[in-house]
Structures are given as structure tokens and as C-alpha cells.
Design a binder for this molecule. Structure first.
Ligand SMILES: Cc1ncc(COP(=O)(O)O)c(C=O)c1O
Length: 290
């Protein structure tokens, strides 16, 4: 049997249903998180819950329970579903109310849903790297909120998919922002650069781990908006996300990145990132460099 969390209770997943007037369903009026699970343990759970609360607060919703309580519920869900390697998807919407753009006058109870999914590490992509396209960033100006409204991201990802690519790298004018579901990094002359965490991108949890790992290992790293030209002339390019981890990008818009093979700093960061996973979640069975 498979279980899900609905409003604080763990119930059979097939029983987890939402009302047609849930504001998440009608307006995308809510936020979400995706947390990685390795060896049955959540990776960077506190960071994810902090970002979850920040996203909620920025749209005027209060987390309906403490983060400690939520962590306990998620741990219980992982155990009940016997999840070893996968993800937790979790979302909170403003709740159920008669359809009206304005927030309901009365305080309504936010709807919380969470469920698990078995997801392997993308080992083939982690080893070989992936191809990408470049596309204009047509999204709104609060990309720091992990909103349920993902149409801009979906259109970009679909464009990449149709072209047989893994990810779409988005840009505003000359500046690269982020992928449709990932943060983007370039390496030039040994310096790692990625867009600063402002309103134009999602402050990736994986990105923050990478920044920390760089600092701890004397790899020079800077947060600044780099240009399309810098992207085209980079020595190495890679992307990061909770499910993708650190994936080398070997092609941008049908042109190889440098010699078309994953670069040495990307490889080093993959190795260091695996070490971070193992510190929190224990030994990984299948590794990138086995
Ligand atoms: C638009 C966007 N940027 C960046 C990321 C990476 O964030 P994280 O490392 O927290 O998964 C995601 C993850 O899904 C995303 O959707």
C-alpha cells in the first residue's frame, strides 16, 4: 500500500483528494518543495523546510504546523512507504474557498499534501553529461518563490524536450538566469560562476551546497549574472537540482561546451557533492565514479 500526507494525516494515497475549489487547483495559489531521499533519509531537509516557509510567507500563508512536526510527519511517511531512494513532493495551497481572485476574507485552512516517489539517481547523465538549449526567460519577476505556477518553466522544458535536450537554459536579455528546473553554472579559467540568488532565480538548495563545497575546498566561486557570450565560451558548464544533483552540460544550442566532455572542476564537484550526501544519509550504493 502507498501512503500520502493530507492536512496533517497519513492516509492511503488513493484516498488523498482535493476539492475542485482548492485555490491551488484553480489559481496555482500555493508553493511546493521537492526533497531528495537517499538510504531512507532526507538530504538537506532543514534547508528545504526553511525555503518552504519563506515561499509561504512571501504569499501570506503561515505554515500550519511547526517545521519539527512536519519533519516528523515526513519521516513517518518515508517509513510507511518504505522509501529508500527517491523524492518527497510536498505542497501547501491557500485552501478551499469560493472562486475569487482576491484572498478569502475569512481565514481558511491551508491544504497540505505530500507523497513519495521512487527515483533513481540519474547516473547515466551524471557520467556522460547532457545537452541543452537556450531560451528566453518569459517568467514573472518573483522566481525566488517556489510557486505552483510553473507555466513559464514548463514551456521552456517542453521546448528542450522537443529538441531532444535535457534542459532549457533561460536568459533575460544578455544575462543567463537559470534552467527551467535547475540552476546553471559556468567555469572559466578555474572560476565557478552562477547567478546571484535574487528575485530572478530560485535559490537552489543544491546550488547552496555547491557554493559551500567550493569555499571549503578552495575552488574560487562567484555569484553574479554571467552573459550568453560567457556561456558560449565557457570551459565547463553544469546544472544543479535536488533530483539531478550536479550534471555536466556538454552541449548548448547544438554547440559542444569546450571539447564536448565533462570538465575536471565539474567532476571534482560531483565527487564532493556525493561526499556531502554520504555525510548526511550514509554510503551510496551506486556512485558516479565506481
Ligand atoms: C526553476 C528552478 N531553479 C532551480 C532549481 C534547483 O533547486 P534545488 O537545488 O533546490 O532543487 C529548481 C528545482 O526544481 C527549479 O525548479
Amino acid at each position: 500500500m502507498n501512503f500520502a500526507i493530507l492536512n496533517g494525516n497519513i492516509i492511503e494515497r488513493s484516498e488523498a483528494k482535493v476539492d475542485v475549489e482548492d485555490r491551488g487547483y484553480q489559481f496555482g495559489d500555493g508553493v511546493y518543495e521537492v526533497i531528495r531521499v537517499y538510504n531512507g533519509k532526507m538530504f538537506t531537509v532543514n534547508e528545504h523546510l526553511n525555503r518552504f516557509e519563506k515561499s509561504l510567507n512571501s504569499i501570506g500563508i503561515t505554515l500550519p504546523c511547526t517545521k519539527e512536526h512536519l519533519t516528523g510527519l515526513l519521516e513517518e511517511l518515508i517509513a510507511k512507504n518504505n522509501l529508500k531512494l527517491g523524492t518527497i513532493y510536498m505542497q501547501i495551497t491557500r485552501g478551499v474557498a469560493p472562486r475569487n481572485h482576491a484572498f478569502p476574507a475569512e481565514n481558511i485552512t491551508p491544504s497540505l499534501v505530500a507523497y513519495t516517489k521512487e527515483v533513481d539517481r540519474p547516473l547515466e547523465s551524471l557520467k556522460a553529461g547532457v545537452r541543452t538549449i537556450v531560451t528566453e526567460d518569459i517568467r514573472w519577476l518573483r522566481c525566488d518563490i517556489k510557486s505552483l505556477n510553473l507555466l513559464g518553466n514548463l514551456l521552456a522544458k517542453q521546448k528542450a524536450t522537443v529538441e531532444g535536450c535535457f534542459e532549457a537554459i533561460q536568459h533575460r536579455s544578455e544575462e543567463v538566469t537559470e534552467g527551467s528546473s535547475s540552476n546553471i553554472f559556468v567555469v572559466k579559467n578555474g572560476v565557478v560562476s552562477t547567478h546571484q540568488s535574487d528575485n530572478l532565480i530560485l535559490k537552489g538548495i543544491t546550488k547552496d551546497v555547491i557554493l559551500q563545497v567550493c569555499t571549503n575546498n578552495n575552488i574560487v566561486v562567484e555569484e553574479r549574472a554571467f552573459t550568453l557570450e560567457e556561456l558560449a565560451n565557457a570551459d565547463e558548464v553544469f546544472l544543479s537540482s535536488t533530483t539531478a544533483e550536479v550534471i555536466p552540460i556538454i552541449e548548448v544550442d547544438r554547440k559542444p561546451v569546450a571539447d564536448g566532455l565533462p570538465g575536471s572542476i565539474t567532476r571534482k564537484l560531483q565527487e564532493l557533492f556525493e561526499q556531502e550526501i554520504e555525510k548526511q544519509c550514509g554510503t551510496l550504493k551506486d556512485k558516479i565514479f565506481n
